[in-house]
Each structure stands twice: as structure tokens, then as C-alpha cells.
Design a binder for this molecule. Sequence first.
Ligand code: ATP
Ligand code: MG
Length: 588
Amino acid sequence: MSADKTPVAPASNFIRHIVERDIEQGTYASRQWCGEPGDASTQATGQPDPAKIRTRFPPEPNGYLHIGHAKSICLNFGLARDYQGVCHMRFDDTNPEKEEQEYVDSIKDSVQWLGFGWEAFGHSHLYYASNYFDFMYRAAEYLITSGNAYVDQQSAEEMRINRGTLTEAGKNSPWRDRPAEENLALFREMRDGKHPDGSMVLRAKIDMASPNINLRDPAIYRIKRATHHNTGDTWCIYPMYTYAHPLEDALEGITHSICTLEFEDQRPFYDWVLEKLAEGGLLAHPLPKQYEFSRLNLTYVVLSKRKLIELVDGGHVSGWDDPRLPTLAGARRRGYTPEGFRLFADRIGVSKADSWIEYTILEDCMRETLNESAERRIAVLDPIKLVIDNYPEGQSEDCFAPNHPQKPELGKRTVPLSRELWIEREDFMEVPSKGYFRLFPDNTVRLRYGYVIKCTGFEKDADGNVTVVHCDYLPDTKSGTPGADSIKVKGNIHWVSAAHAYAAEVRLYDRLFKEAHPGSGDRNYLDDINPNSLTVITAQLEPALKEAKPEDTFQFERHGYFVADKKDSVEGKPVFNRTVTLRDAWQK
Ligand code: ATP
Ligand code: MG
């Protein structure tokens, strides 16, 4: 697999085949679009739709987006991008209880961060489902007058019992055959606040014996006295999601309505309600079609809004954008890239088969994109002192380090060398193990981009820990000079000049869960939290890193990819988050 580029043409999948077939056969060629969502008569005043297809991404604004949503975003916006279409950004805010502006803002931000937008053909396609309440109400009245819906006064318990089971047909409600005028009068009373919450519902009249329970007269409107963030107290009845969603799609001229597999059994109702409204002339053919794909399940994370809320509210993480969370806000702070997510979405593909994707696949996508884009820097994460005893005190000189080994056009930067350096603790061994080529007494190694040195001794503290390593340098061996190759060494270690180093807070993140399937078996997923998911250290960084701006990403040579934290960095004092190690430490 190509290690360095996002493929130009995404891999095909069954949904792309459907879209290509529809475009070829002109399935949606006759659609009119008046420039905004609307019913049949409104759209009829428009022009032939310039968009070949319309898809939508329809989150409920009741939480932050997570990596699963990224799959849906890349799919829906990606189809629109590749087939001269439009993807609508739609907030599905028909449930009055849960929505918040904070979520709306962060969702828009995440979609744009992933590289997508909703401006197309001279219009902004940002919509709110709650703007369609009038139409949804009118459509419900039409269903009533055409004999396709009725007001049911059974209690919730009675309704549950009479719904039947998978093996047993349901029983008709005693209210099912009420005359249309009576239903209409009652429905208007529901709207006018004449009846208490929960006392009655409007139901579609389909078939109580259907083998598909979703067709056993599903509820389409309920009474709920709740203030809606957009419509305030205008309504005390609200449409059910399964009724609202197809109508939203139809009003927006959606061609391919793509959702996750758990909605498969809803598809017959989706088609039923749209057909009925088309019969009544409220909507026009061709109608939207629903297609289902399997949702993303990713090992070592949880992708359920409820669990994410628990992790945040329970204080297991620092907030919605904690870099360990699989939210897109968290992933961004962690240093994950939009290119990496798009590569990931393409690589895992789209199918109807339920499966688990290994977290390492996502990490590899991040490594691949970061390897391309991130400049190299030097960081010592676990420092001990190295003193070059034959190097003059107070002196320093420049060494030259390439910013990117595969991209010479990115140039070199200077790193200062002086008498006292920081090196990694693991780059010295008092007694070398077999095959150890780094520093140990009497051994020679190269200081990367600097001189060859020979280890002359070391110091220990009272506990026996090595505190200082001593060496001499060989003056004619500087990298980039003719003498550089005069001595062959097996080891090559990185270093930072102690006098020039920037001592920075660095956060070493690891997986939030220690189990691949958190909470599987009888365990509570909270018990699977990795107690070592965050280690905060003070690292010694090369001086250039002091100037890093929030969200600048780097490869710290030999360690991994790091990003300047967008929240806690201040000018001249960035804090770094480890995005991902260079190699997978979890694979055995
Ligand atoms: P909840 O956890 O409350 O069920 P949700 O994750 O389904 O919420 P929505 O706001 O309804 O959240 O999701 C918006 C869109 O994202 C939907 O079209 C949904 O199918 C899709 N989506 C959500 N989770 C995943 C996932 N894990 N994989 C792929 N698509 C997803
Ligand atoms: Mg949902």
C-alpha cells in the first residue's frame, strides 16, 4: 500500500455503485430545485436541480461528534464531492429536549475541520429540521384526512401489549376506525394544548399484523410540553424521529439517504410515508431512497454518546476535547489530522457487514499522513546529562539538521551544540546488553548532526541512578565535514544542548481503555479504563520548539508525532501532546 499519499480516487463500494447507476439511468434527472427546501409545489417553481445527487449528514445536536461520525461525514460529503452533488449539513433538532447551541457550533467546526463544507452551487446548504415543523404538521393532517392516520387514546402500556411480538401479530386499537373528521378535530386539539402530555398520540394506520413491527401503526406525533430551542413554545406536539426523517429528506430533495444498519427495518415505513404524501401531491417523485451501511466499531474506544457523556461527567477525562477521547474535538487536540481521517474512511471502506476495525489502522493512517507533513525536531523525553569534557566551557557552535529527510526543499535548521547536553536515559548503559550499540564506557557513538564522541565515565547518585555521563569528542568528525566518515560507529544518538534547551511540559497519551472491547463479557466498561493513559513529563526540547504555534505538528525524532496543544499552550511556552508513537507499541 502506498505509504505517503491519500489515494486520489477513493475505493469503490456498494453505495458508489448505486449512485453511479442512478446517475447513468437518470433516476433523479427530473428533479426541480427552487434553491431551498420545500414541498412539491414549491420545488415545481424551481429549475432542474444542478446537483446530480443530494446526500445529507444529519446529526442530532445533543453531543459532540466522534470518530464514527467521521466515517459518515467522509461518506456523505465524499459522495457529493465525487459526483457533482451537494451534501446538506442538517441539524436534526426535532426532539425539543436535548439540543444545545454549543453542540451545533462544535459539529459545524468538526465537519469543516475534516475538510468538508456545505456551500455549493451558490447556496449554503445548512438546514435545521425544526424549520419543517409546519410541513410535518400539514402532512400529518393530510394522512388523517386520507384515512392513513388516527389518534390513539390507549395508554402507553396498552399500546405496548397490543403491539404484539416478533412471533405474534398485534391487535388493532379500539380507536383505529374512528372517522377522519373526529381524528382531525382531536389532532387539532392536541396541537392546541387541550390534552395532557402522553394522553394520546397520532399513529400511522398501516398493519397491526405486519411481520415488521415498525409497520404496526407507528406513532408519528406525541404531545410534549417542552420549549424548543428554535420554535420556543409554538408547539406542544412533536413529530417522532422515524416520521420526521423521511420528510426532512424529501423537502431537501435528498436522493440518497444513507444511514446505519439499525434503520434497515425502518426503510419500509420511510417509503410508505413518502409514497402516501406523494399520492396526496405534497411531495413529488422521484422520492429519496434510504440505504444502510454498517456503523464503525473501533477497538479500544467507545463510540456511544451515552458512554462518552459518562466519561466526561464522571471526571474520567478532562472534558469533551480530552485528547484521549474518540471525539473529533479530542482527536484534533491529540494531533490527529483531517487527511488521516479521510485516508482511514477510505481504507476501511463501506459495507453492510458488521465488524470491528483495529485501532492500529486508524493510528497507521495518522502516522502516514504525519510522516508526510510533520517537520522533524529533536526532543529528549527522559533526560540525563552528558558532559563533553574536552569541549571548551562557554563555547557553542551550530549543527545543521534537516527539517524533513524526504523533503530537502524544506531546508535545514540550526541546532546549537555546547559542552553540556541532554541525552535519553536509555541511550546509556553502564554494562551494555548484547547488541547494544549506544553509549557505554569506552564506546564511541555519533551525536546525530554533530561529532563522534567516546564515553569516558559516569556519575551516580546515592540510589545508584546514573546522573551524568562523561565523554570526549573527536574534533574532526563533525557531520557534513570531510572528516565525518573517518570513524565508523554503530550508534547514533540524539541530544539537546542543556544551555539552550526548552524545558517543556509534554503529555504522553496512551489508549483510554486497556481492553480491545471495553465492557465486553460481564465487565463494566469503566473498569476497563487504562490507568496509565496519561503521563505528564518535563522534556528537554531543541530551542526552535519554543516558537511552535498551537496545533503545529512535529515528529520528535525516534519518539513519535507530537502537536502543540491548542488549549494550554501560551506564546513562547507551548505544551506538547503525543499524537502517536512511531511504531505500534501494542502489537505483540
Ligand atoms: P446516538 O449515540 O444517540 O445513537 P448517533 O451517534 O447515532 O447518536 P446522530 O447524531 O444521530 O448520532 O448521528 C448522525 C449521523 O452519524 C447518523 O447518520 C448516524 O448514522 C451516523 N453515525 C453515528 N455513529 C456512527 C458510527 N459509529 N459509524 C458510522 N456512522 C455513524
Ligand atoms: Mg442517532
